[in-house]
Design a protein around this ligand. Structure first.
Ligand code: ZN
Length: 260
């Protein structure tokens, strides 16, 4: 724990002194520590706690077809199944136990600001030029948490699509922004729960079909008016704040995904 605290202090120092101290952070002995979050014990079925919840957040994209990983801090069969999918995807031992190998991989694919390697806070807060996560129905902190879960799902989707870049053309939107772009009045974008995606290397239908395996309870793509130039994915099923929204709705008729 002391090492962790020391590292945090070093990071704080680095932030206070841009440029000068960054080399110190990079050189710090970080084999078992991470600037975002560090796990201190192995996790497996039956364990519970905030460390399980931190794991569940990062496994949210490995939920399996038409399913989700609840962030309830309890390591049950669904968390174990998601972990096995993660381990298999990243080529580490598939045992359903989060230990040094799993944590090491997670440290490797997350940035010090806690976002996954290939997605950033700023691209998810780009609704109409960045609004600091405010102006929606939730607190900015809740919105930000939802956006982070969305990014971990996107990282999993990207991995399954063969590590090709996925571009977020619209993430969180404030109410003002949502009106400006003509979004639905109950849009999941308002909650930080949604992303509109394009790719140079994968077709929209490839994205829409693959998204079904990565915890997205909302998928709207080609064949739906307004969705022929991007795929919309969201986490409406986890949205406890919007009672009209929980459940699953997928529609991309041109990709063989009927509305329903
Ligand atoms: Zn959308």
């Amino acid at each position: 724990m002391r090492v962790h605290t020391l590292k945090r202090a070093v990071v704080a120092l680095a932030l206070a002194l841009p440029g000068a101290a960054i080399a110190t952070v990079v050189a710090a002995p970080t084999a078992h520590a991470d600037a975002c979050y560090t796990w201190n014990r192995n996790l497996y079925q039956g364990r519970s706690g905030s460390d399980v919840r931190e794991l569940q957040l990062r496994l949210a994209g490995w939920a399996g077809n038409r399913d989700i990983v609840e962030l309830d801090g309890r390591f049950g069969p669904k968390t174990a199944a998601a972990l096995r999918r993660f381990q298999s995807a990243y080529g580490i031992k598939v045992d359903g136990i989060a230990g040094p190998q799993t944590f090491g991989k997670l440290y490797q694919i997350q940035d010090s600001d806690c976002t996954p390697q290939h997605f950033t806070w700023s691209e998810m807060d780009n609704g109409c030029g960045g609004s600091g996560w405010s102006g929606g129905p939730l607190t900015s902190s809740q919105t930000r948490q939802n956006a982070l879960r969305t990014m971990w799902k996107l990282e999993a989707l990207r991995k399954s699509l063969g590590e090709q870049p996925l571009i977020v053309t619209s993430g969180f939107r404030s109410r003002t922004c949502n009106i400006q772009v003509g979004g639905a009045s109950d849009s999941q974008h308002l909650y930080g729960n949604a992303a509109d995606l394009i790719s140079r290397d994968r077709s929209l239908c490839q994205i829409a079909r693959q998204a079904r395996n990565h915890g997205f309870s909302g998928i709207i793509g080609p064949g739906v008016r307004g969705h022929n130039t991007h795929v919309h994915v969201d986490s409406r099923r986890e949205n406890n704040q919007d009672r009209n929204a929980n459940g699953t709705y997928w529609a991309a008729p041109d990709c063989g995904i009927p509305a329903g």
